[in-house]
Design a protein around this ligand. Sequence first.
Ligand SMILES: O=P(O)(O)O[C@@H]1C[C@H](O)[C@@H](CO)O1
Ligand code: HPA
Length: 392
Amino acid sequence: MTGYNSNGEVATSNGNGHSNGHSNGHKTADYTAQENATMCSRDCCSGPGGSNKGAATSCTEKKKSGIGNGEKIIPTPQSLLQNGGKIECFLTPEEVRAIRVLNEDTYPYEVIQEIADFITKGSGMRPKIGIICGSGLGSLAEIIQDPKIFEYEKIPNFPVSTVEGHAGKLVIGTLEGATVMAMQGRFHFYEGYPLAKCSMPVRVMKLCGVEYLFATNAAGGINPRYAVGDIMLMHDHVNMLGFAGNSPLQGPNDPRFGPRFPALVNSYNKELINKAIEIGKTMGIESNVHVGVYSCLGGPNYETIAELKALRMMGVDAVGMSTVHEVITARHCDMKVFAFSLITNKCATEYSDKKDEEANHEEVMAVAKNRQKACCELVARLVREIHSNAAS
Ligand SMILES: O=P(O)(O)O[C@@H]1C[C@H](O)[C@@H](CO)O1
Ligand code: HPA
């Protein structure tokens, strides 16, 4: 297991410097050695510290024979396990890095800083407000003026979006006079990313200078008073993944981000909720705006009726598959949080003789598209409020 101590130093703790196959850390002994020696893993050659003398073909021999000199070899789990678990030596540092990032569970401060520097230097901007666009709500990023766009694939150490309706782009620019950055595409637990990785971009936002997180999502309405197309301003959440012992803050805590045991009461900024209610009134949509409790389940399946009944009994108004871990990460590093759910479908909480409506992603996307104008206006006007209050 790899972690970092309270000084931010990276430490490998399984005793032999090898990854344990579950969570590869940044700059493990193996990785550093590979980077420095360009091609050799720590144990590959028979030089100092090397122990691969018994292997059929040594790294040096492979280099001599031409194998690994520019030849592209796609690693498989099997190939990585050859030679008694030692990582073979013919990947370029970039390839090693790509594999490491794909398998990454935790992101040390230094790596987050690298990503943030890439974005702030590349854009020449330090955003104050970060926006996460929910499913089908990518248009929230399209209202940003003079945008500088970074595709996730081109950002070092960044995961990629795999879900329809999540474009995989980071957009930085100005909105209502404020500098903002928006994620057109978030990362979900069901995509196979650990929670810390799903919410890693929130820490990137923090190190880019973001003080306010606006998290949006598409959700199923459990509260019977909610209609499709309504907006629910989140004032609290029930963290079902947390009930199951999973948290984005699991693992070593780096105090440069926040405390080991953060409090989560008052997570959703009341002032921003009140401002959003006022904005809803001036937009004439007050009867479609609610304040409620969101819950995140792991997905990707939608919920059973028994599960929805249970959630309703727990006081949940809307259910989705995101946001909660982002909010936890944002509060951990002391960001102000505003979040809302667009109700894209109604969830049945009672059995009936009729065939109940089944949620589906196409409908979720279609409703989001229909309601994008109202969502964009709400976000823009709240950004304007924050910006004008800061300026005055
Ligand atoms: O990213 P969000 O939470 O808006 O997306 C919701 C949850 C699932 O990813 C998807 C299901 O339709 O929409
Ligand atoms: O009904 C839902 N359940 C979970 N996630 C969702 N995202 C949109 N609608 C739903």
